[in-house]
Design a protein around this ligand. Structure first.
Ligand code: RIB
Ligand code: CA
Length: 318
């Protein structure tokens, strides 16, 4: 047990699955729960995938929470064709893993606030989907939300193109209003966007190091193979969500620059994350935007998962 507590908030598709596994493999913070939301998949499927993955990784004890089903300003949500292609119809590359576990009956924003109250400075919140659950928690109780020790989100693009439109990155594009509320809250946070995640790629050769190590290693390899076949140019995949977890657990993994940030909510550029034009006049620069990463990240990520799968395999053989 460490004093650091980790709460993940995600739309559990393939890179989210790698992020959960990385958090467990790293082990430098106790994973106290996973709150879910819509995005790569529906909220329901994100919960199902998270429960199944946690069980496969030997941690069925970690509680999982239902969260937002649609954006703040909408009343429905449909998974995009691009997400179905990249993450598979089930969000896990169409790989079937055994169903296990039941979700908590606490709603995601309530659990975020409960954890903030209980762990305060020791709580690290990493969001790797839409920022809707965070915006709802913030609306509900800003004072309690502000107690969270560290907030890191995967999302946005400051210096590079988006990935769903030339302007917007997927996690921001699905709920720009929520992202705007969170980024403009004045609360310190770190943005791990496409500026850095597109520079940290995983090849099939690297993922193959997990394949021979038990059911969990083989399943994650198969899941990630689908992602490699369907993201980018079918040679490698971006480690979007794992990089956000790595940046949260080890601040030396990224170099950041502090900005006041906002989000475009209307028109062609909706979902674009922009540094406030008058940031130098703005007292409240609260978003540390990752602009560089350590070359240690990809090798450490691959190696930690390999060690984790080997340990899991030997536990299962006992
Ligand atoms: O743009 C990449 C992000 O969108 C990742 O978090 C991926 O899982 C999707 O949610
Ligand atoms: Ca995600």
């Amino acid at each position: 047990m460490t004093t650091r507590k980790l709460l993940l908030d995600m739309d559990t598709g393939i890179d989210d699955a790698m992020a959960i596994t990385y958090a467990l493999a790293d082990g430098s913070a106790d994973l106290i729960g996973v709150t879910c939301c819509f995005g790569n998949v529906t909220n329901q499927t994100a919960v199902r995938n998270t429960l199944d993955l946690l069980s496969m990784m030997g941690r069925p004890d970690v509680p999982v929470f239902y969260g937002a089903e649609h954006p703040l300003n909408g009343d429905s949500f449909q998974v995009s064709d691009a997400c179905i292609r990249i993450h598979g119809a089930n969000g896990l590359g169409n790989v079937s893993i055994p169903h296990a576990g039941t979700p908590s009956d606490i709603a995601a924003p309530d659990f975020i606030l409960k954890a903030a109250e209980e762990y305060g400075e020791n709580l690290i919140l990493v969001a790797t989907g839409a920022l809707t659950n965070l915006a709802q928690a913030l609306r509900k109780n800003r004072e309690t939300f502000s107690k969270i020790g560290k907030i890191v989100f995967m999302g946005g693009a400051l210096t590079v193109e988006g990935n769903v439109t030339p302007y917007a990155e997927a996690n921001i594009a699905v709920d720009p209003e929520a992202a705007k509320e969170v980024l403009e809250s004045g609360i310190p946070m770190t943005m791990v966007g496409l500026d850095v995640t597109h520079k940290n790629l995983l090849t099939r050769k690297e993922a193959r190091r997990w394949e021979g190590h038990g059911k969990a290693g083989k399943a994650l390899f198969d899941i990630v193979s689908h992602y490699i076949d369907n993201e980018l140019e079918q040679k490698s995949c971006s480690l979007h969500d794992p990089l956000a977890v790595a940046a949260a657990l080890d601040g030396t993994m990224v170099e950041t620059h502090l900005f006041a940030m906002t989000v475009v909510t209307e028109g062609e550029a909706a979902g674009r994350t922009v540094a406030q034009p008058f940031a130098s006049l703005c007292e409240n620069k609260n978003v540390s935007v990752a602009l560089e990463t350590s070359p240690r990240f990809v090798p450490e990520f691959v190696g930690k998962l390999e060690t984790f799968f080997k340990q899991r395999e030997s536990q299962q053989a006992d």
